[in-house]
Design a protein around this ligand. Structure first.
Ligand code: GAP
Length: 452
């Protein structure tokens, strides 16, 4: 893959995220947990805003998709039926000396693993690398008081299976007719061997998945195309730059054996990482429902009244990572720029206002003449409608910069004129334009601009 024309901002972003409370390393005081991250006060808001936009677009705004929140722990047979027990594996190589593990395709390995000439890329020892062995990526644990093989359960590696096993529960309780979909947002776990790039590939992450059930004798390829279009439009509406998004069609080698077609939506993360998958749109045929029928012994058929037919529906799946989308949104938004007439430049997160964790900063220009009291009262009022940050310390320019850096789209300043006529200044993060508006109108103006 050729390097991206967009700059690599990852290192600066990781530092900003920690400094300003977006993302922290998990269990940092103990030295951290490998590729597991915690979302801080601003990060949790940003990710929640992304999830809300997905839930609104996929569930609330439609009458043909139902929501679900299935449990993480499922019957172990689910993962036999889905193919994860047998097939969710990577070929791995162990070093007998340093005990490290590598993917078989790791370019740092020299020689043929399993032979005396092969050299461990970590400890440098020769002849200690094993032949590749298959390693399952699912986390295992035990249910109940006895830790034996009969008690093994898995942490789900995807949320989709919770939807398949509930297909009839949802269809019958809601009386939906095919075509219709089921959507859910939830945690998934994968014991990734080469995690990394911050929150791009982690061992614990959140997925936003939707399975759309269609008639196998109907226009299922049209639905597949429809969902490709809808999902790309959703990413664009988040503010992801048009030129940084593309479709990648799975080649026959990449295509899962049961999939009829699959496209990834890729985003350009910049630098050497470049274009990477953020979402998959998959035509899964009737593979999953048929397998669950077979393994559970329960029929998962749909009765279509108009045609008087019973069938196992085909599935078009859309599957997007909430954390990976959060990273794409942050990378897309990060910029450093000079400001005319100012010696110091500024760092800006140009987040879409609807995604910004804080919608407005409220500042008294100085800490006297009733300005703090007026500003605090205004902040309290505005907080009823959206998140607001009140700040009265330091130079006003510095207060603006601190909000620019976390993506706050609007800053409201209470000054001498406010005390005379009740107007405030409303500053736009991106244009730096300042308009004077009546204090009682400013909330409605921000709410309107932040909901677009
Ligand atoms: N049910 C289909 C499925 O899980 P996938 O391509 O393996 O498909 C879908 O995953 C999405 O989940 C990916 O596009 C990515 O956004 C996210 N994802 C997968 N593995 C991840 C990981 N280890 N860390 C963060 N996000 C991940």
């Amino acid at each position: 893959m050729s390097p991206s024309p967009n700059p690599d901002v990852m290192e600066k972003l990781v530092s900003l995220c920690k400094r300003r409370g977006f993302v922290f390393q998990s269990s940092e005081i103990y030295g951290g947990t490998g590729s597991v991250w915690d979302y801080g006060p601003l990060g949790v808001e940003l990710k929640r805003n992304i999830k809300d936009r997905w839930w609104n677009a996929m569930v609330r705004a439609r009458d043909d998709i139902e929501g679900l929140d299935a449990a993480i722990l499922m019957h172990p047979r689910v993962w036999e039926a889905s193919g994860h027990v047998a097939g969710f594996t990577d070929p791995l190589i162990d070093c007998r000396n340093c005990k490290r593990r590598f993917r078989a395709d790791d370019p740092k390995i020299k020689g043929t693993p399993g032979t005396p000439d092969a050299q461990c890329p970590a400890c440098g020892m020769k002849g200690t690398l094993s032949e590749p062995r298959m390693f399952n990526l699912m986390f295992k644990t035990f249910m109940g008081p006895v830790e034996d093989s009969a008690a093994v359960v898995y942490l789900r590696p995807e949320t989709a299976q919770g939807i398949y096993v509930n297909f009839l529960n949802v269809q019958q309780s809601t009386r939906q007719k095919v075509p219709f979909g089921i959507a859910q947002i939830g945690k998934a776990f994968r014991n990734e061997i080469t995690p990394g790039n911050f929150i791009f590939r982690t061992r614990e992450f959140e997925q936003m998945e939707m399975q759309f059930f269609v008639d196998p004798e109907g226009d299922h390829m049209q639905w597949f195309e429809y969902w490709k279009g809808q999902r790309m439009a959703w990413h664009r509406a988040l503010g992801l730059e048009e030129g940084r998004l593309l479709f990648h069609q799975h080649t026959p080698e990449e295509l899962a054996h049961y999939a009829r077609a699959a496209f990834d939506i890729q985003f350009d993360f910049g630098g050497t990482l470049g274009f990477q998958e953020i979402e998959g749109v998959h035509h899964r045929g009737d593979f999953d429902l048929s397998r669950h029928q077979e393994y559970s012994g329960k029929k998962l058929e749909y009765f279509d009244q108009p045609s008087n037919r019973r069938f196992v529906p085909f599935v078009v799946e859309t599957s997007v990572g909430a954390d990976r989308t959060t990273l794409a949104v942050l990378v897309n938004a990060y910029r450093e720029e000079t400001v005319e007439g100012e010696a110091e430049g500024r760092t800006v997160l140009g987040l879409h206002p609807s995604l910004a964790p804080i919608k407005a900063g409220v500042f008294p220009l100085v800490k006297k003449d009733g300005m703090p009291e007026f500003a605090e009262k205004l902040a309290r009022e505005l907080r009823k409608a959206f998140p607001v940050f009140y700040d009265e310390s330091g130079a006003i320019g510095r207060r603006y910069r601190r909000q620019d850096e976390v993506g706050t789209p609007f800053c409201i300043t209470v000054d001498g004129q406010t005390m005379a006529d009740g107007t405030v200044t409303l500053r736009d993060r991106d244009t730096l334009a300042q308009e004077r508006v009546a204090a009682e109108r400013v909330g409605a103006m921000i709410a309107e601009r932040a909901s677009a």
